[in-house]
Structure formats: C-alpha cells, structure tokens
Design a binder for this molecule. Structure first.
Ligand SMILES: *[C@@H]1O[C@H](CO)[C@@H](O)[C@H](O)[C@H]1NC(C)=O
Ligand SMILES: *[C@@H]1O[C@H](CO)[C@@H](O)[C@H](O)[C@H]1NC(C)=O
Ligand SMILES: *[C@@H]1O[C@H](CO)[C@@H](O)[C@H](O)[C@H]1NC(C)=O
Ligand SMILES: *[C@@H]1O[C@H](CO)[C@@H](O)[C@H](O)[C@H]1NC(C)=O
Ligand SMILES: *[C@@H]1O[C@H](CO)[C@@H](O)[C@H](O)[C@H]1NC(C)=O
Ligand SMILES: *[C@@H]1O[C@H](CO)[C@@H](O)[C@H](O)[C@H]1NC(C)=O
Ligand SMILES: *[C@@H]1O[C@H](CO)[C@@H](O)[C@H](O)[C@H]1NC(C)=O
Length: 651
C-alpha cells in the first residue's frame, strides 16, 4: 500500500467508525454524500456498483410442492418430438461483454500490465470449460471511437474524452493498438476469443473515413485467430432515439450504411480474412426494426460472404426514466417464464440462420439497461435467472451469450475493479451473475459435445425448471432449479431422478435468500463481498455424492438454489478444474504493489492453484488488507467517492 493511501485510510478511519455506530450520520466526502444504512429504503448515494440495497423476496407460493419424479430418457432418440436437443454447445457459452470505455480498467492499462484479478476470473471459466472465455469489447462507446495507430500520449491504450457532466453520457474514445496488444496477451494466457466493435456513424458512411479500415486491420493483425468478429454498428434500432441519425432513418438506411462501411473496409485491401463482420446487434424489438426486418431487407443475403456471425443484444427491462421500482419487478426474474419469453421471439431467426450457416450470438445482455436496478441486478435471484436464460438461449441454438460489464455506474456487473486510483491497492467486486458463468461452464463442460434440452418437468412448474445435457446421445448432466425463497424450509424440493446409476454427484449454486448480494457459493466456494476479490474462488470445493436406490436418485434442491447433477464420473471430470491447472494467480506473487503483471512472467509458470481459505492481497508483502474487515461494502463505497472518478459510459 502506498504511503499516501495509508494516510488517506487512517484519516478516514475515525469517520468510518463513527458512522458505523451511528447509522444515520451522513458522511460528507466533499464530492458526494453517502449514508451507511444498508436497508432497502436507505438513501445510499454512492456508486451503483456497490449499492447495498437488499430487496424483500417474494412470498413462497402455496401450497408448496416438495417432490417430483424425473424420468430421464436413456437416449436422445427417446426424448420424443416435443423435446428438441440444441446444437452442440461449449462450456464458454456464457461469456462477457465489456464496454469499450472501461476496457483498459478491466483488462489492463497496457499489454504488460494485465489485471491479475481479471485473469483469475477468466481462468475459472477456462479451467471448467476447456475453452477460452468469449469476450466482446464494444458497446455504445464504440460508435464515437478512433484508433490512433501511432499510439497515444504516454503509450496509453485508451483515452476517454468527456462530452458532458451527465454520468451516463457516452464519452468519445481514442484508443491505440496497445489495447489490442493487451487483449492478445490475455489470449496467450487464457485462450480468450474476442469480438471487437468498430465505429459506425455518419462520418464513416460516406466512404471517406480512413480510420475504420485501420482499426479493422490492426484488430485482425494483432488478435489473429483469437478474433471471432468485428462488430459494425451497435443497436442501430435506437440510433434515431439517441439522435445519432435523423428522424425517419430506418432499416433500409441501415442496410445501405452497413454495406457501405463493410465495402469501405474490404476495398481498403487490408484484411487477411474478409468474412469477419458481425451485426446487426439490434436490441429492442422496435416495430419495423427487428432482426426479421433487417434480414427481410436483404441484409443477410447481401453480406453472406462477409458475416462471421449474426448478433442481437437484449435487456428485458430498463431503468432509463427511474420510475420503475426494483421491488415491483423482482418476481418477474424469479420464474422460468422470463427465460422462455425472452428467447421465444428468436426461434424462427435461429432456424433461419442455422440454415444459412451463420451462428447466432447474444452479444450483450443483462438484467436491465440504463444501469440495471439496485438490489435486483446484483442479487442471487438474478444469478439464477441469468443461468436459466443462458440455458434457454443455448437450447434455442444461440452459440454464445455475453453478459455486459458497464462500469462503476451500473448495478449488474459480473465483476469490476475498484474505482480509479483505488485499483492499485484495493480489490475487485464480484457480481452475482458471475456465478452463472461458472455454473454454465460446468453444465456444458469441456467435451464441446453438450446438447441441452428444456425438460418442462413438474407440469412445467414455473418455479422448478430443469434441463438435461446429452452427449453422444446419452444423458450426462441435469440442472434443477428451485426459484422459491422459503426460509421456513417448507418449500424444500426433492427431485427423484429415475436412473440406473448407483450414485451421482451434485454441486449447488446457493445463497440464503434470492435477495442475497454476496454470500453466494458455487460448490461451496465463493468470491466474497465487495472490494474483496482477487478473482479466485475461496473455500473448499464441495461435491455431494447421492446414492441411488432401486433406480431412484433423490436430489435435494433447497429453496432457493440450483443443483447440477453429474450422472457419470466422466461428466464430473469434464466439468472440473484439471488437477494440473496452474492458471490462477495470487496477487501476492505478482507485480509490485499493484495487481498487474507482465504476461510473459505468468506464462513461464508463476501461477498457482487457489488455496483454501487463504485470503489474497494486492499489496506485496502483506496479507489481506486488515482495514477491510472493519468496513461494510457501503463504507467502502463511501470511501470510493473521495477518489476522483471519471464518469463512464453505461448501457
Ligand atoms: C407434445 O406437445 C403437444 C402440444 O403442447 C401436446 O398436445 C402433446 O401431448 C405433447 N406430447 C407428448 C408426448 O408429450
Ligand atoms: C504484450 O504486449 C506488449 C505490448 O505492450 C508487447 O510488447 C509484449 O511483447 C506482449 N507480451 C507477450 C508475452 O505477448
Ligand atoms: C462519429 O465519429 C466522430 C469521429 O470519431 C465523432 O466525433 C462523432 O461524435 C461520432 N458520431 C456519433 C453519432 O457517434
Ligand atoms: C413470472 O415471470 C413473468 C415474466 O417475467 C411475470 O410476468 C410473472 O408475473 C411472474 N409470475 C409470478 C407468479 O411472479
Ligand atoms: C436447434 O438445432 C437443432 C439441430 O438443427 C434442431 O434439431 C433443433 O430443433 C433446434 N432447436 C430449436 C429450439 O429450434
Ligand atoms: C473444444 O473447443 C476448444 C476451442 O473453443 C478447443 O480448444 C478444445 O480443444 C476443444 N475440446 C475438445 C475436447 O475438442
Ligand atoms: C451465508 O449463507 C449460508 C447459507 O447459505 C449461511 O449458513 C451463513 O451463515 C451465511 N454467512 C453469512 C456471513 O451471512
């Protein structure tokens, strides 16, 4: 810890202790005001990413259902015509979308300053999925972006130019090839596969903009085979709303512009592979501007040879006008209807694209746009919902779904570095939906052959969805949900799986309530509370073994939780971190007082397996920051406010 920061914390400590004892005392930070009450009605005014609001769980439906029998067909052929298996899916299905404007703070400032916690978050996925995580860098902030091929001042990878004081205003981004080198160096360590967003605006459409071909050229050259696609345009269905295009601008204009921009890049003769573009990334099911409309306007046929994949983006709701109360919509995220209805509108597109030989990708998704909702987007309930939606999209033959990381001003981040200069010493915050990516990685595992089916069990009970995975025609895993919140124990569920197995293995995604923000475990391991994560899982991994008797394997699924059942030893092995994995990194062993590292240092074997119950530290030579144990998340958030903050773009 630097002397300056030590002094800062010492100076603040008395204030913090006072406010702990007097929850109504307001801490005046000079820049913003924060109170320390963690109640749902608190007037917390700190950064959204650390909002302590906890919602009230919806009541358990009555009467409770405590068991059902799952007769799992022994082969895919016996599933019946009502149950279709998906295309083969990979364990990296649920990945991440990182807003371009925050990419340097999440990935690393330079190619030789990678963020160790980020590497660990990705290693957790890679080790379970047997494939590198899929990450998109882009979003609204890609539209006003420019690459400076000769570099930026001080060798920076990215500069934000603030356009207004509105915290949600999208800044203009200038970036250098250093950003792409940072991405490439991450891929060297963790096989990450990237989508990257190019600018798409009026200045580029006339064909005179020489910058976009430069960006495309560098992205291909530096990322090579780790580049899965270059996005042209982001949510064009909202351009008119954002005043990025004049009123009346519509699908045919979009299709023309798309072709002009892609032609401009291809005609510059700088690409090694011209089948690299993705789009249209429509988000919002606007009448007349849906994926169907774009395809009908001959976009797909026009670009057949240039498209690497077809993309959409979606959030089920939004917090744009601030009138919706999170509590009022919490229950909408706590049953299977949501995942189904959010997916069904894409089924015909999915079939059509499969026939056209194009992958369909959900390029950006999360609970709610315009920042999400306090207490909802960061809840255990959201993690269950995200897992369900991801499985539903996989069943519908999407090839990947990417959760958005928006920055300090949003509630839904799967993970986030601490704000600004705190990043040097203090640690990361894990959002509930990160756990969904761990679960999905294990549900599909590393065989690349997992086909998923929505089983519609228990008379399609909306609180008890279940999915099965088949590999080579045989069932290998089952995913059982209990969305119900019931601390009385009255809604505990036992699913009796009819099986000839003598025993099966089970891992749980659990938390005490659907409202829980941080006390969440996957297989008994956790990433902890806000400002406490180095991206590694702590605690001992727990796998239950359930004995089956007379062809019945009783699986307990408490309310609330998700159980993943491994029907064979091979299925468990294919989902587990290999014994010889050396790919998580202690922040104590790398860097000098800062949680960053040179890629080369790690690839030569500095990694180590996550120890049990040992707390990491970003500060060389110290154990975990001892001040941290006195501070609640909200206090850390209040502390964060004294640090100068640059407003970041959010979706
Ligand atoms: C298949 O679904 C249809 C329509 O929902 C239903 O009528 C039929 O009974 C189902 N068949 C089987 C074998 O479950
Ligand atoms: C990482 O990126 C930098 C550019 O900053 C480059 O010089 C370096 O060789 C890269 N390191 C590795 C191990 O690829
Ligand atoms: C288009 O790009 C230019 C140059 O990067 C930028 O100044 C402008 O704001 C962008 N327009 C939109 C609508 O994003
Ligand atoms: C289930 O979710 C749907 C869609 O999100 C919502 O409309 C419905 O009200 C929810 N049902 C209950 C009983 O909460
Ligand atoms: C997904 O693709 C498979 C293979 O083509 C097909 O059998 C299945 O019906 C598709 N699923 C859906 C929900 O369309
Ligand atoms: C699965 O696919 C990944 C690439 O995404 C590849 O690296 C890996 O070797 C494949 N695994 C198997 C078992 O084929
Ligand atoms: C975390 O949740 C578990 C149940 O899931 C509970 O036993 C434990 O007491 C909780 N821990 C804290 C610190 O709240």
């Amino acid at each position: 810890m630097s002397t300056f920061l030590s002094l800062l914390y010492l100076a603040l400590l008395p204030t913090i202790i006072v406010t702990t004892a007097n929850p109504d005392v307001t801490v005046y930070t000079g820049q913003a005001t924060a109170t320390t009450s963690a109640a749902a009605d608190s007037t917390y005014t700190g950064l959204p990413a650390y909002d302590p609001t906890v919602l009230t769980p919806p009541p358990a439906p009555q009467p409770p259902i405590n068991s059902y029998t799952l007769a799992l067909p022994a082969s895919a052929a016996d599933l019946g015509s009502n149950y279709s298996l998906s295309i083969p899916q990979k364990g990296n299905f649920l990945g991440f979308s990182i807003e371009l404007s925050v990419a340097n703070t999440v990935l690393g400032e330079k190619g030789n300053e990678l963020k160790v916690p980020f590497l660990n978050y990705m290693a957790n996925i890679r080790d379970r999925a047997g494939a590198g995580p899929i990450i998109r860098v882009g979003g609204n902030s890609q539209e006003g972006s420019t690459i400076f091929a000769d570099g930026l001042e001080d060798g920076e990878s990215l500069d934000k130019i603030k356009v207004s004081d509105d915290v949600t205003a999208t800044p203009i981004i200038n970036y250098s090839p250093e950003l792409l080198y940072t991405m490439a160096n991450i891929s060297t360590l963790l096989d990450v596969e990237w989508f990257f967003g190019l600018a798409f605006n009026e200045t580029s459409v006339d064909g005179n903009d020489v910058n976009i071909p430069v960006a495309a050229e560098w992205a291909q050259k530096i990322l090579g085979s780790n580049l899965r696609g270059l996005a042209v345009g982001n949510e064009p269905d909202l351009y008119v709303d954002h005043s990025a295009r004049p009123a009346g601008w519509g699908v045919s204009d979009y299709v023309n512009e798309y072709k002009t921009v892609v032609d401009t890049i291809v005609n510059a003769n700088v690409l090694s592979n011209s089948q690299t573009f993705i789009g249209p990334s429509v988000c919002c099911q606007r009448e007349g501007f849906e994926l169907d409309d774009v395809i009908a306007a001959s976009w797909l046929s026009d670009n057949q040879d240039r498209l690497a994949a077809v993309t959409v983006q979606h959030y089920p709701t939004n917090n744009c006008d601030g009138t919706t109360q999170a509590q009022d919509i919490f229950a909408d995220f706590l049953n299977h209807t949501s995942a189904e209805s959010l997916t069904s509108s894409y089924l015909s597109n999915s079939a059509e694209l499969q026939a056209a030989g194009k992958e369909l990708i959900m390029l950006e998704m999360n609970t709610a746009s315009c920042g999400g909702f306090p207490g909802l987007s960061d809840s255990f309930g959201a993690a269950m919902w995200m897992t369900d939606w991801a499985l539903q999209l996989a069943w519908a033959n999407f090839s990947a779904a990417l959760m958005h990381v928006g920055g300090q001003n949003v509630y839904y981040n799967p993970f986030l570095p601490p704000p600004s200069s705190m990043a040097k010493v203090y640690q990361w915050t894990t959002g509930s939906v990160y756990y969904s990516a761990l679960v999905i990685a294990e549900v599909f595992g590393s065989s690349n052959k997992s086909q998923v089916v929505d089983l519609q069990v228990d008379d399609a009970n909306i609180y008890h969805p279940a999915y099965a995975i088949y590999e080579d025609g045989q069932p290998t895993r089952v995913v059982l949900f209990n969305y119900i919140n019931d601390p009385t124990g009255a809604s505990e569920l036992t699913v009796n799986i009819a099986s000839s197995a003598s025993s099966v293995s089970v891992r749980y995604l659990s938390a005490p309530t659907v409202s829980e923000q941080y006390n969440i475990t996957w297989a008994g391991q956790t990433l902890g509370v806000s400002f406490s994560s180095d991206g590694r899982l702590y605690g001992t991994e727990q796998t239950s073994v359930v004995q089956c008797t007379e062809g019945n394997c009783p699986i307990e699924v408490s309310a609330p939780s998700i159980a993943v059942v491994y029907l064979t030893d091979q299925a468990l092995a294919d989902s587990s971190v290999p014994q010889d994995a050396t790919s998580t990194y202690a922040t104590t062993v790398v860097g000098h007082g800062s949680a960053t590292v040179e890629a080369g240092a790690l690839s030569t074997g500095n990694g180590q397996n996550a120890p049990s119950g040992v707390s990491g530290s970003t500060s060389e030579g110290s154990t975990s920051g001892s001040l941290r144990q006195y501070c609640t998340p909200s206090l850390w958030a209040a502390l964060g406010l004294v640090i100068w903050l640059f407003p970041v773009a959010v979706r």
